[in-house]
Ligand binder design. Structure first.
Ligand SMILES: NC(=O)c1ccc[n+]([C@@H]2O[C@H](COP(=O)([O-])OP(=O)(O)OC[C@H]3O[C@@H](n4cnc5c(N)ncnc54)[C@H](OP(=O)(O)O)[C@@H]3O)[C@@H](O)[C@H]2O)c1
Length: 376
C-alpha cells in the first residue's frame, strides 16, 4: 500500500472505528451516574473490559487498556498542552471506561502528575493511578538516576501532593540506578506499602536478575516495558519471566509513538531537541524500511474491519491475558479509536498467520534480542 492509499484508508478506518465504538466496541450504553427509573442510581457495567495485573494479594484490576499521560506535557512529543484541555481528555477516558492512568515524576517533569491529579481528584476512588520515581532534579530538570531510599521517600511525598491523593496505586521504579542495590529499592517500597502510601510495586525496563531480586523482597504487580509490533525484544525471555512469577506486563509505546497510525514516513525529520531523534527506528532509513510492517498492519486492518492502531493494540492484548497497553494520547478521537482496539479479536490461527508474515519483515532500529535481559 502506498502513502496515498494508506491515508485514504486511514480516513475510512477512523470513521469505521467511530461507528464500531458507537455500537459493539462498548457493547453497553454508557450509564455512569445516570438515574434509572425508580430514581435509584444505576450501577453501570464497565464500558471497557477489565484485566488483572499481578497475582494474589498483589493483584490489581484495571481496564484492558490504560491512558498514558506522558505526551500531555512538555518534555515529550508535543508542545506543552493546556492543563484544562488535558483534564478533559483524562476525564473523557474515565467516562469511556478507562480506569488505569499512567504518569511519572519525570514527565514534565512533575506537570503530568499535576494534570492527572487535578483531573482525577473527584474520581479518586474509582481509578488506578500509576506513577514512577527514580531520578533526581535540579532547577526543574532531571540530572540523573537516583534510587537511594531517601530520594524515593522524597519523590513519593512530592507525587502524593501533585496527584492530590494519599496513596499511589501502582508505584514503579522508572529506571534501575546502578549505584543502589535493587533490594534496597524494593525494601523501601515495601515500607511505603506498609505505611499505605503505595499499594503495589512495579519496575520498568529492569533486567531479569533485578526483576527476580526485587520480586523476592516485595512481589511485583507489573513490569512496564516497551512492547509493540515494532519493538518485540521482550519476547526473548521477559514475558516468560513475568508468566513464571505472576507479574503483569504493561507495554509502553504500544502504537510506536504514532508510527502505527501512519504519522511518519521516510521524509519525516525531527528537530535536535525532539525525543524522536534518539530513537533508532525513527531514523529516516528505518522509517522507510519499516513501512513494510505498517503496510501489513493495514492489510489486517482491512481484513478485520478495524484501524491499524486498533489492530496494533488488539494484537498486544491477544498475546497474554495479563498484558495491559497504555497508549498515550492528547486527543479524544484518538482515545476513542484506541479503546475500539479492545473489541478486536484474533483467532489462534490468525495470530499464527500474522506472526509468520511480520517475522519475515526485517526491521531496522529495533533492539537486539540479548538486550532483553539487561537493565536499560
Ligand atoms: N516506562 C517507561 O520508560 C515509559 C517510556 C515512555 C512512555 N511511557 C508511558 O507509556 C505511555 C505510552 O507510550 P508513548 O506515549 O511513548 O507511545 P505511544 O502510546 O505508542 O504513542 C503516543 C503517540 O501516538 C499518538 N497516538 C496515539 N493514539 C493514536 C491514534 N489513535 N491515532 C494517531 N495517533 C495516535 C499520540 O499522539 P496524539 O496525542 O496526537 O494522539 C502520541 O504522540 C506514555 O504516555 C507513558 O505513560 C513509559
Amino acid at each position: 500500500m502506498n502513502n496515498q492509499d494508506r491515508r485514504t484508508f486511514l480516513k475510512a478506518g477512523t470513521t469505521l472505528g467511530a461507528s464500531i465504538l458507537a455500537t459493539s466496541a462498548f457493547g453497553v450504553s454508557p450509564t455512569i451516574g445516570k438515574t434509572a427509573p425508580g430514581n435509584e442510581v444505576e450501577k453501570s457495567p464497565p464500558l471497557v473490559k477489565r484485566r488483572t495485573l499481578g497475582t494474589g494479594k498483589h493483584s490489581l484490576e484495571v481496564s484492558a487498556i490504560g491512558l498514558g499521560c506522558m505526551s500531555m506535557t512538555s518534555n515529550s512529543y508535543n508542545p506543552p498542552r493546556d492543563k484544562g484541555e488535558m483534564g478533559k481528555v483524562i476525564r473523557a477516558a474515565f467516562e469511556k471506561g478507562i480506569t488505569f492512568f499512567d504518569t511519572a515524576e519525570f514527565y514534565g517533569p512533575f506537570t503530568s502528575e499535576e494534570y492527572v491529579g487535578a483531573a482525577l481528584k473527584p474520581l479518586r476512588n474509582q481509578v488506578v493511578i500509576a506513577s514512577k520515581f527514580g531520578f533526581k532534579y535540579e532547577n526543574g530538570k532531571s540530572i540523573g538516576r537516583d534510587s537511594r531510599p531517601e530520594n524515593i521517600r522524597k519523590a513519593v511525598e512530592g507525587m502524593l501532593g501533585r496527584l492530590q491523593t494519599d496513596r499511589i496505586d501502582l508505584l514503579y521504579l522508572h529506571r534501575v540506578d546502578p549505584q543502589v542495590p535493587i533490594e534496597d529499592v524494593a525494601g523501601t517500597v515495601k515500607d511505603l506499602i506498609k505505611e499505605g502510601k503505595a499499594l503495589h510495586f512495579g519496575l520498568s525496563e529492569a533486567s531479569a536478575t533485578n526483576i527476580r531480586k526485587a520480586h523476592a523482597v516485595q512481589p511485583l504487580t507489573a513490569l512496564q516495558n516497551e512492547y509493540s509490533l515494532v519493538e518485540r525484544v521482550h519476547e526473548h525471555g521477559t514475558l516468560d519471566l513475568c508468566e513464571e512469577l505472576g507479574i503483569g506486563f504493561v507495554p509502553w509505546c504500544p502504537v510506536v509513538r504514532g508510527f502505527l497510525a501512519d504519522r511518519f514516513n521516510e521524509y519525516t525529520r525531527f528537530s535536535e531537541e525532539s525525543r524522536f531523534t534518539a530513537v533508532p527506528y525513527m531514523a529516516p532509513e528505518a522509517l522507510k524500511n519499516n513501512m513494510a510492517l505498517l503496510n501489513l498492519v493495514y492489510e489486517w486492518a482491512v481484513r478485520k474491519k478495524a484501524t491499524p492502531v486498533q489492530i496494533s493494540l488488539a494484537w498486544l492484548l491477544a498475546q497474554k491475558p495479563w498484558i495491559v497497553p497504555i497508549p498515550g494520547t492528547t486527543r479524544i478521537h484518538h482515545l476513542e479509536e484506541n479503546i475500539g482496539g479492545t473489541d478486536v479479536n484474533f483467532t489462534a490461527a490468525e495470530l499464527r498467520e500474522f506472526r509468520t508474515a511480520f517475522e519475515k519483515i526485517k526491521l531496522i532500529g529495533v533492539r537486539a534480542s540479548e538486550s532483553a535481559q539487561k537493565d536499560v
